[in-house]
Design a protein around this ligand. Structure first.
Ligand code: K7E
Ligand code: CUA
Length: 666
């Protein structure tokens, strides 16, 4: 066994050993002595640091973690919820991809409605049933997480979803008009006025959606979408939303201005060369074409101004969206560029909103822009020219407060409460800790300096610090999200897990405390929120709730006495209840060709008294949480006798919790 594997196993063992002492101490039967702990550590072959790390991250059974991580799941299309510091995986929220356990997308109307409404037939070749989640955005009030909603994008198909943090369920997917992909251009404005999402790869803005790549510069466009949020429900309201047309660069990551820079948004771009590939047609690959320029453009957007311009009616309609054309955006002072060193990746606004940090993939530096300098340059028309589309480019030297050489492959930056920034270094497999400037409270002489560097395993993408993208970061913890995990875990086949590493921000130098494999997804951006901010969580639904609307369902059946079957022509409505350990009715008789609407209410009120409802051969699998109503619609096309059953082991007589769907031939 490799040393690393021994250590991982040993940490777990130590934790189990230590809990004996801690539990004993609680019930007053004695405490673990330092000597006893040292014996355990020695027996496990742990160093003192390893044993200490285990104690720092151990959360006793029945105790809760202090923070939650909401993690993108990459091309699993889902969101993962983790506890910190235990690094326990608490939940997988199905978002863009169906999930059988939670009955999402396997027959229940509610799940199918979300997935169907989220796949625009005018945009997609076929109904899309997966996603590539990259950037979550927790809702905010005054720039701080408020625990109401979570938005997350689908990088593959240019979509965004809303998850309600009352019940951790996906309530809405919006297929963004005029946009075919979206990478990391997701954030909420400081009061969740808007969820922003920008396109990644430009698409043809032509009548029929087609344009040859030779017409790329004229016909293709990017877009910045400002999706208005209903403050009651968290839902996206496209009618109140607007978009801003952008040049056909590759718009990448984005962040909202806050406090000082409130009212503004920032988007990175690369491939301002507008390379389109063609390596097999005598051209050069995108990879080389897209790195020719020394600078790309930081997009600086005045969304408050854009709001006014839309209110004045100065927009065009395109596929049902109000779009501010590029020339209007330029004329009205909505869009400016600042040069940013070669092929940047992350753009992150510091807690006070004063600094905008850009990390440049092919540049060893973090480049720090000062919002006040940006404003001054705009006022003074301190431009170094315009891009081919006429967008003014601010003078680089006039808007940059500092550059800090960090290492190779800087990607993403997060912040703490002491003026420090932490930037992931993909190629170096490390995190650089460095200081911001005076506007973050850092003394002049110590500003913009590299402080520490901690190696991680291996090839880090994103990183997160506790509430590290809000106006009030907590410090405390940092998690590195690593792409590769060679040698980190026992061999489980040729596809290896991803890897999270928990880092103690209170130790000097920085130290890794724990590490967990991520076996089901490839996370990109994540956010870490104090658990006690999730004040809207509910434990059980009010009886008869439709989770999609969070209101009482018109199909609720609150007592088995009200269960019934209603036939109208060849439409059959079945009002069914589920409780331990039977469905009422437990025999459903229909005829071949009928349309069957099952309305099932779980009439349990006990937390976690969940039932399933599965129909073999009909591809139906629902999960009914206590109080929940689900609707299931299908055509009875296959005759026969189908033994439906409760798929959740709910009770001693769970195996008896079943019934018959009889489909009689015509
Ligand atoms: Cu760097 Cu999509 Cu934010 Cu992956 S992204 S790492
Ligand atoms: Cu209900 Cu098993």
């Amino acid at each position: 066994m490799k040393r690393s594997v021994i250590a991982a196993v040993a940490v777990v063992a130590l934790v189990l050993g230590a809990v004996v002492g801690v539990v004993a101490a609680r019930v007053g039967q004695g405490a673990a002595t330092a000597g006893a702990l040292a014996d355990v550590a020695e027996a496990r072959g742990l160093t003192g640091e390893e044993a200490e790390a285990a104690l720092k991250t151990f959360v006793p059974p029945g105790e809760y973690d202090e923070y939650y991580i909401f993690s993108s799941g990459g091309h699993s299309g889902q969101v993962l919820v983790w506890g910190v510091p235990s690094m326990r995986l608490l939940k997988e929220i199905p978002v863009f991809t169906p999930d059988a356990w939670q009955g999402y997308g396997y027959g229940t109307d509610q799940g199918l409605q979300v997935l169907e409404a989220g796949s625009d037939p005018a945009k997609n070749a076929t109904p899309v049933r997966w996603g590539d989640t990259h950037h979550p955005a927790l809702s905010e009030t005054e720039g701080d997480y408020d625990g109401r909603w979570l938005y997350i994008n689908d990088r593959a198909n240019g979509r965004i979803a809303m998850i309600d943090l009352q019940d951790f369920k996906t309530k809405q997917i919006v297929d963004i008009p005029n946009s075919s992909t979206s990478h990391g251009g997701v954030f909420v404005t400081p009061n969740t006025e808007y969820a922003h999402i920008s396109s990644m790869t430009p698409m043809p803005w032509t009548e029929d959606g087609y344009a040859d790549l030779k017409d790329y510069e004229d016909a293709y466009r990017g877009v910045s979408s400002w999706l208005a949020i209903d403050q009651e429900t968290g839902r996206i309201d496209l009618e109140r939303s607007f978009q801003i047309e952008l040049p056909p660069y590759t718009q990448d990551l984005a962040d909202a201005g806050k406090l000082t820079s409130y009212g503004w948004g920032f988007i990175n771009s690369y491939n301002t060369e507008m390379a389109v590939g063609g390596d097999a047609e005598g051209g050069e690959p995108i990879e080389t074409g897209a790195i020719a320029n020394d600078y790309d453009f930081l997009h600086i957007i005045n969304w408050k101004k854009a709001e006014e311009v839309v209110a004045e009616g100065n927009y065009v309609e395109r596929n049902g969206m109000r779009v501010i054309p590029l020339d209007v955006a330029i004329e009205e002072g909505i869009l400016y560029f600042a040069p940013e060193p070669r092929n940047p990746h992350g753009v992150d606004v510091s807690p006070t909103g004063d600094y905008i940090v850009v990390a440049g993939k092919l540049d060893p530096n973090a480049t720090v822009y000062d919002f006040e300098l940006i404003q001054r340059a705009i006022e003074n028309e301190d431009f170094q020219g315009t891009d081919p589309y006429g967008v003014p480019i601010l003078n680089f030297d006039s808007v940059v407060a500092g550059q800090v050489e960090l290492g190779v492959g800087p990607l993403h930056t997060q912040f703490d409460d002491e003026g420090h920034a932490y930037t992931s270094l993909f190629v170096d497999s490390a995190i650089a800790e460095w200081t911001l400037g005076p506007k973050a409270g850092v003394p002049e002489g110590e500003a913009f300096k590299l402080v520490d560097k901690i190696p991680v395993h291996y090839n880090i993408g994103h990183l997160v610090t506790a509430e590290g993208d809000t106006v009030a970061p907590d410090g405390r913890y940092m998690v590195a999200l690593n792409k590769w995990s060679i040698d980190r875990y026992p061999l489980v086949g040729t596809l290896k897990p991803q890897n999270f590493q928990l880092i103690d921000l209170e130790s000097d130098p920085l130290r890794i405390l724990a590490e967990v494999p991520v076996p089901n997804a490839e996370p990109h951006y994540v956010q870490m929120i104090k658990a006690d901010k999730l004040v809207h969580r509910i434990e059980v639904y009010e009886p008869g709730t439709d989770p999609l609307t969070m209101t009482t369902s018109e199909f609720a059946t609150l007592s088995p006495d009200d269960a019934r079957v209603e036939r109208h022509g060849n439409v059959v409505d079945v009002y069914m209840t589920a409780m331990r350990s039977h469905f009422t009715p437990d025999i459903v008789r229909v005829r071949e060709g009928d349309t069957v609407n099952l309305h099932i209410t779980n009439i349990e009120t006990t937390p976690d008294a969940t039932h399933g409802f599965a129909i073999p051969q009909y591809n139906v699998e629902a999960s009914l949480d206590p109080g929940e109503v689900v609707n299931i619609t299908f055509e009875a096309t296959k005759t026969g006798s189908f033994a439906f059953y409760c798929s959740e082991f709910c009770s001693a007589l769970h195996l008896e919790m079943r019934g018959w769907l009889l489909v009689e031939p015509k």
